[in-house]
Design a protein around this ligand. Structure first.
Ligand code: UFG
Length: 329
């Protein structure tokens, strides 16, 4: 009998890639998404239920009807500056709603959870590459809302039969290599998306936030991971829990850092467009360098990334943005 998986936030950018891979792996999928940033067209398989995690009565009904084997929980708000302006939205949406989900798991006996967390839990007080065992010290409400969720999950797991995998995402980019799905959020304001938009002339320039960091070229260094490999880490986590694996936290990156200038140069080379670049001030709260130690996920999950290459991330992101542009014409 095929296993039934609930994916919250499965209509979003990362969730839709996970849902597609789950479908390809033979799982039976229910997607619960309020479609505030996700879109129904991104759901390529499974059954989409449009709803909010704050509606706990509806959640209980859904858990009762489908009898899930495991839950993959992604639904969340994720814009750092927005979290500073509207912290309660973040604590309600990200932290309280996680508690709702755990209540349902508790009542319905669901004992496997994969939780989408973020490198933002680490804050600034660490050395790159960062290992999972450093004490997290997030510096914004987004990071804190995710860390609180992690802690609640851990406390609940100690008091129940729940086993979990917490995945801390680093900088996610790229799109489905077959071009079916990609980043759709109107609020996407990340470096690769912005540079692609500059190359496609949807924005006049690309502004670099800070050129005086203590890095070789003065710009911020990040660990960019292809969304397709990140999705695979979820499938691997699910199989690990199904095989009886213990609760664990894993970083999801490639363990390699690229500077803003390096990313911009690759976007220019791949697109063939020499768009104007402006050197701007640092953005509040941006650390100089954030890269992941990924020894643990490779060892425990035997995770084998297939797109571990900045050009592959940029090419697929650019192809997706071009496709979106065409569909708007
Ligand atoms: N940057 C620019 N210009 C831009 C956009 C970004 O110079 O137009 C720079 C940033 O200052 C930073 C780097 O590019 O140095 C990457 O910035 P992103 O906005 O793409 O990503 P962040 O590293 O700020 O944040 C991302 C996610 C967060 C997550 C964090 C974890 O957006 O949700 O990674 O490391 F918490």
């Amino acid at each position: 009998m095929s296993r039934k998986i609930l994916v919250t936030g499965g209509a979003g950018y990362i969730g839709s890639h996970i849902v597609r891979q789950l479908g390809e792996s033979g799982y039976d999928i229910v997607i619960y998404d309020n479609c505030s940033t996700g879109i129904p067209q991104a759901v390529l398989c499974g059954e989409l239920i449009v709803g909010d995690l704050s509606d706990i009565n509806r959640l209980y009904q859904i858990f009762g009807k489908y009898r899930f084997d495991a839950v993959i929980h992604l639904a969340a708000r994720l814009v750092v500056p927005e979290s500073v302006d509207y912290p309660l939205e973040y604590y309600s949406n990200n932290t309280c709603n996680t508690t709702n989900l755990l209540h349902c798991c508790n009542v319905m006996g669901v004992d496997k959870l994969i939780f989408s967390s973020t490198a933002a839990v680490y804050g600034e007080s660490h050395h790159s590459p960062v290992t999972e065992d450093v004490t997290p010290l997030p510096i914004n409400p987004y990071g804190r809302s995710k860390l609180m969720s992690e802690l609640i999950i851990q406390d609940y797991a100690k008091a129940s039969s729940l086993r979990y995998v917490i995945l801390r995402y680093f900088n996610v980019g790229g799109a489905d290599p077959a071009g079916r799905i990609g980043q759709n959020s109107r609020h996407a304001n990340h470096l690769i998306a912005n540079a692609c938009n500059a190359a496609l002339k949807r924005q006049p320039t690309l502004k670099i936030f800070g050129t005086d960091f203590p890095t070789p070229d003065g710009t911020g260094i990040r660990d960019y991971i292809h969304v397709e490999d990140l999705a695979t880490a979820h499938i691997d986590s699910l199989r690990y829990l199904e095989d009886g694996g213990n609760s664990e936290i894993f970083n999801c990156g490639y363990g390699e850092g690229y500077s803003v200038r390096q990313v911009v140069e690759r976007v220019k080379a791949i697109s063939g467009v020499d768009f104007p670049v402006i050197n701007g001030e640092r953005r509040a709260g941006d650390p100089a360098s954030v890269t992941a130690s990924i020894e643990k996920i490779k060892k425990v999950l035997n995770w084998q990334p297939r797109y571990n290459n900045l050009d592959a991330i940029i090419s697929s992101a650019l192809a997706w943005e071009k496709r979106k542009l065409k569909s708007c014409e």
